[in-house]
Structures are given as C-alpha cells and as structure tokens.
Design a protein around this ligand. Sequence first.
Ligand code: FAD
Length: 392
Amino acid sequence: MTTAIKPAQDADSTRIAIVGGGLAGSLLALALARQGHGVDLYERRPDPRRQSAGAGRSINLGLSKRGMQGLRMVGLLDDVLARSVVMSGRVIHAPDGSTRYQAYGKDAGEVLHSIDRNELNHLLLDRAQQHPQVRLHFEHRLVRADKANRTLEFDTPDGSVTVQPLWVAGADGAFSAMRRELQHGERADYHQEYLEWGYKELTLAARPDGSSVIELTALHVWPRSHCLFVSHPNLDGSHTLTLFLPFEGEESFATVRTPEQVSALFAKYFPDLLPLLPGLLDQWERHPTGSLITTRTAPWRFGDWAVLLGDACHAVYPFYGQGMNSAFEDCCVLMAALADQPKDLAAAFSRYEQQRRPHTDVLAELSKANFVELRQKVQSPWFIARKRLDLA
Ligand code: FAD
C-alpha cells in the first residue's frame, strides 16, 4: 500500500481533534461545535451507520439522570427518550421461577431508561454530522501522538495521515491509544483489572403481536451465585439479555460449549427462560463472548494540548450501569471548565480532572461491589427487608 503523508501544516490548527467516535466522542463533538468550535472527529471503525442491521454488538444501556444532563446540553434528550423504554424498577427472578419487584425509588421520576447503544451512537453521529462545524473521519485509527510537535498520526485505508489540531480530546475507549501516547515518557499511573467473568448477549424476542413475554418496563435480573442474567427492554417488545459467567471452571464459558452443555446450564439455573428462548443454541453459537475491564489512570491530561474522557480514562464493570452516564458527565464538566477558563486550556483540563477523577474512582469500586449485590444480595432476606423499609 502506498503511504500518503498529509503534512501537518495542511491541517487546520484552529480546530479541535477528538479521537474516538463512540458515545463520549460524538457527544463532545456536538457540544464543542454548539459553542462555535471547529471539530474533527477521528474514528477507527468504518461509519457504523452504514453497517447492516444486526452487525456489531447489541448492548442496551441504562440511561440515568447523570447521563441525561449531557444529552440535554446538546438538545438531544427528548429524541433519546423517545427511543428508550422506561424502567421503573427491577424484577428479580428466583431459581424456583417466582419473581419479586423492587422499585428504583419512591417518586415517579426515579427511573432508568433503556436505550440501544448502537442507536444512540448513530443519533449522536447524525447530529454531529449535520452541524457545519463538525467533520467526521471514519477509518482513521490513531497510531501516534507527538506531544512536542502537537501532531496526531492516523492509519487510514489510503495510508498515513498526520494532523496538527489546536488541542485533542481522547475518547477512544478502554484500550485508548491516546492515553498510551499521552502518558508515554511521563510520570503516569495506569492500572487495569480484568474480571474473571465474561458476558454474552442474547435476544428474548417479543410475541408476534409485539407484546413482551416478560414485564416490559423493568430491568430483569436472574441472580445466581454461579452466573447472572440481566435484561434490558427494547421498544419493539424484545429484551436484550446479558449472561455473565466465569471464563474458566466447572460451569464456565470454557466448559459450556456444546448444545447439550448450553441446554443443561439453562435447565439448571434458568428453567423459566428456556421455553422463552427457542433460538437459544443458534444465538449462543453466533454471539461472541466479551470481557470486562476496570481501569484507573492519572493524569488525564497533558498541558494545554490533550485531555481524556469516558472509558479512555475510567472503564468500569457494567454492574452499576454508569459507564456511559459518567462519560456523558465528563463532557458536561469539561465543557463547564472550558467555559470558566476560556483562555487557559491547561487550567481548564486540570480543573476538569480534579472534579471528575475522585468520582470515577469511587464509581469503579461501586461497580465492583454491585457485581456481588446483583448476584447474591438482591435475593437475601436482609436486602429484601431493607428495600421494603426504604420504600415504606
Ligand atoms: P466507547 O463507547 O468504547 O467508544 C470509543 C470509540 O473509540 C469506539 O468507537 C472505538 O472504535 C474508537 N477507537 C478506539 N481506538 C481508536 C483509535 N486508536 N483511533 C480512533 N478511534 C478509536 N454504561 C451505562 O452507563 N449504563 C449501562 O447500563 C451500561 N451497560 C453496559 C453493559 C455492558 C455489557 C458493557 C460492556 C458496557 C456497559 N456500559 C454501560 C458502559 C458503556 O458502554 C461505556 O462506558 C461507554 O460506551 C463508554 O463510551 P466511550 O465513548 O468512552 O467509549
């Protein structure tokens, strides 16, 4: 392949670069553009909106008040809520098939909203693209950042491209190349931890008339000490189920492989789900197994040139349902810090990190603790009694 180098001086150095066009990157692009900034958004993947339906992972996310602030900031909250299903509480499914409902709060407004991650990302990219100040660059994978010369180098299908933005936001997810480059040669901390459990997504289809086979407006949890199922509802009456199971061990992704082993696992732990999942074996075969990671890092910034946000600086296990919500909160706090210090980017980045990092450190711990709660405590008599008192 020929390598076309786009010289740095060709790039518009008055524009801001965002690396990563996921949830945080596309929301930040829109927020900055609405403040009058020129933004170039660089995404490693091809345009996800051009992929056929069903391609990619179909993760549903629980949107909470924290994340809603970010969507409100860019004028998208109503559009997103129109595409989401309200979850007013959780339904706990016991091994004997009985269920128990636990409301999220006493007030009608204390709810979560279930939204398809791909649909949300597509909406954010659509709106970013419609803004005249935003340029989207797909199939641009960041490979190097030169902090001294303030340049970014991307691999593209047409060769290497180097740009020299005014400053850069790294929103390129848990395995962030921007973080690696930003911290290279610096006194930086980085810690990552893999969970010994992985996850697999399955779909619980709606009835032919579009009605849901289980209560639609709730999060469903099948807590078992050996494994855990969580389901988020979709607007079409279906549910996205996520099975969490150890990677290794007696009953694990390593040992549950054949149709007989899959059926046996469900018959033992989720007998109520088995008749609702006629295509289970086919789905099991086709859907990949994902892994889960927690990361902590510092610093999140480099002088007045670079700053990190979202999973790039704080990936958490999904059991507290706050990864996206906190990534959106990052965008709000960063925008406020920039508004307070418009002429001193280094100070704005520093204030943003000081405000956010203590919260995301706590979130990492809460997310780990909620893994235990979802598996065990939601079934315990103590927890149920406490929940009754809370709601009284
Ligand atoms: P990402 O969404 O990962 O986006 C990063 C983007 O950067 C990607 O598009 C990627 O292709 C791109 N990229 C990567 N490397 C490069 C590169 N070198 N150059 C250019 N681009 C690059 N959160 C919630 O709030 N609520 C939930 O209920 C919830 N449930 C979850 C369930 C599961 C099973 C999982 C796995 C996560 C869940 N999360 C939830 C977490 C949420 O998905 C993430 O926190 C959120 O997606 C983070 O957004 P982000 O933009 O920081 O990163």
